[in-house]
Design a protein around this ligand. Structure first.
Ligand code: ZN
Length: 442
């Protein structure tokens, strides 16, 4: 066989990478990268073009950024005018997105067209040329959002083409209160970020979904209360415990990653309404970070629940990032996410609830023990609870509580309810007492 004609499935046997089928040696770093790629158990029907700069072939702005940065030997100099971006209180990925916007480097259709990529320069929603002012202000989808917020008048300079700096215009909107706890200056990045996510979702899935108006606020509030510790104010004591499922079964999963040894583990447990052990697992994982381990753990847990047909099912994780990945998607882990979503659908759309670490100790321990498995063992299904976990199992069964000093109960914690993702009507509940300005999405 000509090597250039070799298909990927010629190096996959029984759901595992068999790189020894390639007749020449690969560098260790390449073997490491390939082993990190999840092979879906649910077959993905379509082949599609692949972006060379990411492991899974999906385009990401950050991969392009690192590529360009790595190629040009000079450091990207920070322009004083844009320093405000780095001072914003929002996740780094949003800052980077704003930085790209400010440098007119967002991969809009028009931009990609101009740099020679074979793609239509037009907006697939309305047909106008898709430059960034179009995406963020002029496109009917965005205008609808600004209308709902009552901000169209303030964006007139952009709409009348008197102003082209859409980001500054949005940032400098005056006399507008989005929420009693946070002001526009804090919240606006989440709005433009949500427009961008929605645009990407529609673009890549050939859809024309609306922008969910309350989602940006919910993201902003979540970061405000969970991400910015300084703003939490007086903390209160919360008693936390694992609770048996009301009916059916409960799946807890967790992943761990040691940044020094680069070793990762995944663990999960399924228990019934009495808190009794049904089954569980520990698995070694080839992952690049803790989040990768956690999402993989969820996938393995879902596969296990599916294999044993354990429904109705409730699912718990202590990783809000995992939830965000499942709902919003992510280029780096797309093949894991796609399979998780398919399994969730097959398992009758169980609810996934975010818990604190104290309420997820069994899964956490199973993940940590995975790296201690014998060298030739990568995966263990525990049909009975292993000795090292007995104490935690008993504690959960007896409802032992753990005290955690946490945010005050009055804090309006709102986690994302997402209903536009592949029509999986799952939603997220915060497990502590502090609940929630309902973020029912419009
Ligand atoms: Zn448009």
């Amino acid at each position: 066989m000509e090597e250039s004609e070799r298909l990927v499935n010629s190096v996959i046997t029984g759901g595992q990478w068999k790189l020894e089928n390639i007749p020449y040696p690969l560098p260790q770093s390449v073997i490491y990268d390939i082993n990190q790629i999840n092979i879906p158990h649910i077959p993905n029907p379509k082949d599609r073009p692949s972006w060379a700069l990411t492991a899974n072939g999906s385009f990401t702005t950050s991969s392009m950024y690192h590529h360009i940065k790595g190629k040009s030997n000079h450091k990207v100099t920070s322009n004083k005018e844009f320093n405000w971006i780095w001072k914003l209180q929002c996740p780094n990925k949003i800052k980077f997105f704003l930085w790209l916007s400010n440098h007119r480097r967002l991969p809009t259709s028009h931009h990609l067209h101009m740099i020679g990529i074979n793609i239509s320069p037009n907006c697939h929603i309305c047909g106008d040329v898709e430059i960034d002012t179009h995406i963020f202000v002029e496109c009917p989808k965005s205008l609808k959002l600004w209308e709902k917020l009552g901000l169209v008048d303030q964006l007139k300079p952009i709409l009348d083409k008197r102003e082209t700096d859409w980001l500054s215009t949005i940032r400098k909107i005056k006399n507008f209160t989005i929420h009693h706890n946070i002001d526009w200056n804090y919240a606006f990045p989440y709005y433009v970020w949500s427009i961008w996510l929605n645009r990407n979702y529609n673009f890549h899935n050939g859809k024309k979904d609306e922008i969910l108006t309350s989602l940006p606020l919910s993201r902003a509030l979540k970061f405000f209360y969970l991400g910015l510790k300084d703003n939490v104010g007086n903390k209160t004591r919360n008693n936390l415990k694992w609770v048996v499922p009301e009916n059916g079964f409960k799946l807890n999963t967790d992943g761990s990653f040691n940044y020094l040894t680069r070793k990762g583990g995944a663990g999960g447990v399924l228990r019934d309404t009495k808190g009794s052990w049904i089954t569980g697992f520990s698995a070694k994982t080839n992952v690049m970070n803790a989040l990768h381990a956690k999402i993989l753990a969820l996938l393995m847990g879902l596969r296990m629940a599916d294999r044993h047909k354990l429904t109705p099912l409730q699912i718990e994780t202590d990783s809000s990032d995992t939830l965000v990945l499942i709902y919003e998607g992510n280029d780096s882990f797309s093949n894991i996410i796609i399979e998780c979503r398919a399994l969730l659908q097959r398992l009758a759309n169980p609810q996934i609830t975010l818990r604190r670490r104290e309420q997820n100790q069994v899964a956490n321990r199973l993940a940590k023990e995975a790296v201690k498995l014998k060298e030739n063992i990568d995966f263990v299904e525990w049909l009975a609870p292993p000795m090292f976990i007995m104490k935690n199992i008993d504690a959960d069964k007896e409802g032992v509580t753990f005290i955690r000093h946490d945010m005050p109960p009055s804090s309006p914690i709102s986690l994302t309810l997402v209903d536009n993702v592949e029509s999986i009507p799952v939603f997220v509940i915060w497990s502590g007492q502090p609940l929630l300005c309902s973020a029912r999405i419009i």
